[in-house]
Structures are given as structure tokens and as C-alpha cells.
Design a protein around this ligand. Structure first.
Ligand code: GLY
Length: 420
């Protein structure tokens, strides 16, 4: 089977790494990929947003299955476009991807499906949103409706901070059209976990639970990021908890979508929060796998991922069972100086990691040097992710924190408290 993975981050490197292990995979491509994926997949120099060119390329190269990593091409309709060309692709349609691309749509679907989620109101007028914030007080959560590269959500501890963010989103247009509508919702105190699944229609095949660490600095300090590390499993939620949540959260939402004529096929990610009373509520849905959660989930998967995705893309997922390692996994992200703000690209990356270190080095923001392609340089905020399996999460982290010392680039920094 000739397979194309769309995207170029750590999640896509992990997807390529796992798909490459499948005996079904005869040829693997990644568009655009990074300096890590090029070791296992042929790079295609097309950006994920170039939907038409990707579809033509897939047709010309007789791709049997395309797997999409990031949310943006899904929200733009890559699945619809590939289907129009008769190409097989694993992911939700543009309409189904609204579970992530429109926070108000997701909230309304959850409310109609009777899924436990934070109480919320949706606003298109600044003055009404402002009055609601003043009436409710802080802490309170403000979400820009559309995609905002992970920056469109503020958990405001004070009313002033909430109003400032609201102004940024609705009056100053910091997130463009994504901020013309906002969801203002109650703050739920608790611990977060990531519940993900492979879905085809109403069939849901859960993946093992994971937890990511979104704050930049140790002790959960500093600004929010895409994720600085992850663990699987997590004490926040056991495997039984995942099974229950799939029944309580995903199935009702998929039924509600189906009642609207929307068939959901693809990865589905529920960001959940578990409060002190062990009650779980949905914070958000994503129409893709998490990054860096994928880098801890896939190392624990013993089954053939490609076979499962191939079945799901043909509405045959009910015949698939996944086997998981009982070992734990963790990962730590190495970021550029300045991340999540402005970063300086082009730093030379060196690594003396060997197989004896028992770590997997997933690349994210890396490219081959233009003149000496054997050299690798940084390009972006999250640059690398060191993953490992261990008897326990602590054991995996011990190996990672030893291994990551062997990786270097100027300005590299990482959290030293993942898993604590
Ligand atoms: N790590 C969070 C996300 O992928 O959305």
C-alpha cells in the first residue's frame, strides 16, 4: 500500500514511524515532512494547506491511503477534496471537522447530545459578552470560535484579564475571523487528560489515555504551549475510565452528528477535565491526534496502525481490535528559545543518542541544511521530542532525561518535571 502522511510535526513523524512498521506499507511519503521523517518516508514538498496540489499529486502517484495529521487541512476540506477525486483518505470531512474548527458548534452539539461539558454562552457582540463576563465574574474561560493555532483560549483568573482577552479577540481581531464569535464558559477546576479514538461512523476504537503538559515552564508555570511533554497512562484516568467516557461522550456526540447527516470518520480527541469529585467533563474536541500525545500513544501500540486506519477508511473498523503494551510511555519536548513567542530558526542540531539509550527521537520543527543535507537545523518552536517506554512512567522519564542530554542546539530548553 502506498501511503501519504500530511503534515510535518512531531505527531506526523510518530505516525510515519508507526505506519512504516506495517507490512502493508510498500512506500511511504510525507508532505512536507521534516528532517526526521525523511529518514523513513520520501518528502513531498507540498504544504498541508495546498489541498488541490496534494490531491493531484496523490492521483499522479497512485496513493492508496492518505492520513492527515494537523487540523487546518481537515477544517479546509482536504477529505472532501480527496473524495471528489476518488482518493482514499482517513480523516473527517470539513463539516465533521467543525467539532474542532468551531467551538460554538461543538458546544451546541455537546449540549444537544447531553454530554457533560462546562456551562457556556455564545456571543457575537462584544457588549453582550462583556456584560456576561461582568455578571459571572472570574475565573472564567473565553474561547475564540475558530482555529487559532492553540492560542484562542484564555483561562482568566480575574475579570480584568477576561475583558482584556475579549477585547483582543472581538475588537482588535487578533485571531481574525476566528474571533468574530466567542464561547464564554464556566471554569472547571481539575486535572486534564486526553482521550483519543479511531472512529468510523458510530464505531469507536479507543486509544490508550494520555496526559500532556501545556505550560511552558516547570511547576505548570508560564504561558500555554502546544504541549511540552506527555505521559501514558495517567493517574487522572484509568483504562476503564476511557471505556466509560467513550460511551458517555463520544458515542452520543457521533449519534448527534449522524442525526444531522454528518458521518464522522477519523481520529477524534476529547480533551477532558476530571474534578475533585472524579466527574469528567469535556473541555474541547479535536478532529486529529494530539501533539505530543501521539508520541507516547503510538510507542505503546503493538497492533498494525495502518491496517486499522485502512479498515476505518472503508467503514470496516468494527472488525479491528488493538493490542497495547502494558508498559508506560513518556516524552519531553525540546523547544527553541523564545517559544511560544518569536523564535530564531536555523540552529544546528546535534544528537549522539544511540539504540542503547532506549529513546526515540521524534523530529518536529527541523529541516535539512540547504547546503549540507546531512546536517539538521531547527525551524520552529517545538523542535524535537524524546520518547521512551519504561516499566513505569518514572522509568521512561529516567531514560528520557538521560537521553535528552545527548541532544543539543543553541537556545534549546525543556521541562524537567514532566510526569511529576
Ligand atoms: N497537545 C494538545 C493538542 O494536541 O491539542
Amino acid at each position: 500500500m502506498k501511503v501519504l502522511v500530511v503534515g510535518g510535526g512531531g505527531r506526523e513523524h510518530a505516525l510515519c514511524w508507526k505506519i512504516k512498521q506495517s507490512p502493508l506499507c510498500t512506500k511511504l511519503y510525507c508532505a512536507p515532512g521534516n528532517a526526521g521523517t525523511r529518514e523513513i518516508a520520501e518528502s513531498v514538498s507540498l504544504q498541508p494547506g495546498n489541498l488541490g496540489a496534494l490531491a493531484l499529486w496523490a492521483l499522479e502517484n497512485r496513493i492508496d491511503l492518505t492520513v492527515v495529521g494537523p487540523e487546518a487541512p481537515l477544517a479546509e476540506g482536504i477529505v472532501d477534496m480527496f473524495a471528489e477525486h476518488g482518493l482514499r483518505i482517513f480523516g473527517p470531512t470539513k463539516e465533521a471537522a467543525m467539532l474542532e474548527s468551531s467551538k460554538s458548534f461543538a458546544k451546541e452539539v455537546m449540549q444537544r447530545a447531553g454530554v457533560k461539558t462546562a456551562q457556556a454562552e455564545i456571543f457575537e457582540e462584544f457588549e453582550k459578552a462583556k456584560q456576561y463576563v461582568l455578571d459571572r465574574g472570574a475565573p472564567i474561560v473565553i474561547k475564540a470560535d475558530g482555529l487559532a493555532a492553540g492560542k484562542g483560549v484564555a483561562v482568566a483568573k480575574t475579570t480584568e484579564a477576561a475583558l482584556k482577552f475579549l477585547e483582543e479577540v472581538m475588537l482588535r481581531g487578533s485571531f481574525g475571523a476566528s474571533g468574530s464569535r466567542v464561547v464564554v464558559e464556566e471554569f472547571i477546576d481539575g486535572r486534564e487528560a486526553s482521550v483519543m479514538a479511531i472512529v468510523d461512523g458510530l464505531t469507536v476504537l479507543p486509544l490508550v489515555v494520555s496526559q500532556d503538559y501545556k505550560r511552558l515552564l516547570d511547576g505548570d508555570q508560564g504561558p500555554n504551549t502546544g504541549g511540552m511533554g506527555a505521559i501514558s497512562p495517567t493517574p487522572v484516568l484509568g483504562d476503564q475510565g476511557v471505556e466509560n467516557l467513550v460511551g458517555e461522550i463520544m458515542v452520543p456526540v457521533l449519534r448527534e452528528l449522524a442525526s444531522r447527516g454528518i458521518n464522522y470518520t477519523g481520529f477524534l480527541y476529547a480533551g477532558i477535565i476530571v474534578d475533585a469529585g472524579r466527574n469528567a467533563s469535556v473541555l474541547e474536541f479535536n478532529c486529529r491526534l494530539g501533539d505530543p500525545e501521539t508520541q507516547v500513544i503510538l510507542p505503546r501500540l503493538e497492533s498494525d496502525l495502518l491496517a486499522a486506519l485502512d479498515c476505518a477508511a472503508s467503514a470496516r473498523l468494527s472488525s479491528v481490535e488493538l493490542r497495547w503494551s502494558t508498559r508506560a510511555a513518556a516524552c519531553v519536548v525540546a523547544a527553541s528559545r523564545g517559544y511560544p513567542g518569536v523564535v530564531e530558526d536555523g540552529k544546528l542540531i546535534t544528537s549522539s543518542l544511540t539504540a542503547a539509550d532506549n529513546c526515540v527521537l521524534f523530529h518536529a520543527g527541523t529541516i535539512a541544511d540547504a547546503e549540507s543535507p546531512e546536517l539538521v537545523r531547527s525551524k520552529g518552536g517545538r523542535v524535537l521530542c524524546v520518547s521512551a517506554l519504561g516499566d513505569t512512567v518514572d522509568d521512561a522519564l529516567r531514560q528520557i532525561y538521560t537521553g535528552i542530554e545527548k541532544v543539543q542546539f543553541e537556545g534549546m530548553h525543556y521541562r524537567r518535571d514532566i510526569g511529576l
